[in-house]
Design a protein around this ligand. Structure first.
Ligand code: IPM
Ligand code: MG
Length: 361
């Protein structure tokens, strides 16, 4: 099993280091190879997704990714900005299915900005389409407007589009996920305004016929944004397009108290995937050893489950995270009075000892 390790920028290197140590502590053999990505790759090779980084990602069985983004490179032309590395990997690896669980750990219920009773036991899965929509739709760019409100003036434009097969394949992923969970799927769209999402609604409804055990509900995205903060526990699995999924998954993450806890998986047709924390590169705390490595460690667990077929190892890691949280260890982002504040390395150490059954609070 070959794993491509792409730490990236900011806290990326620190948190990926811990996940790599955790993988190394399992009684499994992996070949791991590391390449720079994002701003870190631009600094060395002049491109956020250099040839050799892409090659490694393509030939590996799975990719463990840290984070990209570095304000030093925000003024570069768009094609050279760190974020392009993520978009390029998604496109070249065909990672159309993004799974973003938002799980509120019982031990962290009080870290949420919502009332504890609203989020206690929360367990939502957002299935976000990741290679289509306005993110990738052509044409896009700037031009002189020929019509609209101000003909003759400069305008920016993007294209929102989804083909029927694109909607079908993400719908299948979501229905399958729903049938192994609560048996309920909420499809989020904007069918009341957008043609693209009227087609989305029609196609999801059609695919539903193949999943009679799953209850399907349709919800407009504005309402979904509201329901997420009003009564999030009424939701279980959500499926939506790329742009809406980007926004709603950040909102859902915040319900759980810290985005520093949330892993994610991006999968292609053959189950190969890229695994990364849901948070970004957090340049403000980079290099300080205080970042929470748990989202990345939990992403490694998702990798073991979805791409490497190591379900036991995945569960062991998740169990170790629970053990350590129950013992009161907290990185600053999840710290509260009465718990023990630890840094990135100490949290990683604790998980490694918990895996070995040697953890002592
Ligand atoms: C995410 C991020 C990315 C996105 C950025 C970094 C391109 O916000 O993974 O949610 O918009 O998809
Ligand atoms: Mg995002």
């Amino acid at each position: 099993m070959k794993i491509a390790i792409l730490p990236g920028d900011g806290i990326g290197t620190e948190i990926v280091d811990e996940a790599v140590r955790v993988l190394g502590a399992l009684d499994l053999r992996f070949e791991m190879e590391t390449e720079p990505v994002g701003g870190a790759a631009y600094a060395v090779h002049g491109h956020p997704l250099p040839e050799r980084t892409l090659k490694l990602a393509l030939e590996a069985d799975a990719v463990l990714f840290g984070a990209v983004g570095d304000y030093r490179y925000d003024t570069l032309e768009r094609s050279l900005r760190p974020e392009q590395a993520v978009l390029g990997l998604r496109k070249h690896l065909g990672l159309f299915a993004n799974l973003r669980p938002a799980l509120c750990y019982e031990q962290l219920t009080h870290a949420s900005s919502l009332k504890p009773e609203l989020v206690s036991g929360l367990d939502i899965l957002i299935v976000r389409e990741l290679t289509g929509d306005v993110y990738f739709g052509q044409p896009r760019g700037r031009r002189t407007a020929v019509d609209g409100h101000f003909p003759g003036s400069l305008e920016g434009f993007d294209t929102m589009r989804y083909s029927k097969p694109e909607i079908e394949r993400i719908a299948h992923v979501a229905f399958r996920a729903a049938s192994t969970r609560g048996g309920k799927l909420t499809s989020v769209d904007k069918a009341n305004v957008l043609e693209t999402f009227q087609l989305w609604r029609d196609v999801v409804t059609e695919v539903h016929a193949q999943y009679p055990d799953v209850e399907l509900e349709h919800m407009y995205v504005d309402n979904a944004a509201m329901q997420l903060v009003k009564a999030p526990k009424k939701l279980d699995v959500l499926v939506t397009g790329n742009l809406f999924g980007d926004i709603l998954s950040d909102e859902a993450a915040m319900l759980t108290g810290s985005i520093g806890m949330l892993p994610s998986a991006s999968l292609n047709e053959s189950g190969k995937g890229m695994y990364e924390p849901s948070h970004g590169s957090a340049p403000d705390i980079a290099g300080k050893g205080v970042a929470n490595p748990l989202a990345t460690i939990l992403s490694a667990a998702m990798m073991l489950r979805y791409s490497l077929g190591q379900l036991d190892a995945a569960e062991r890691i998740e169990q170790a995270v629970n053990t350590v949280l129950s013992a009161g260890l907290r990185t600053p982002d999840i710290w509260s009075e009465g718990t023990r504040k630890v840094g990135t390395r100490e949290m990683g150490d604790a998980i490694v000892s918990a895996l070995a059954g040697k953890f002592e609070a």
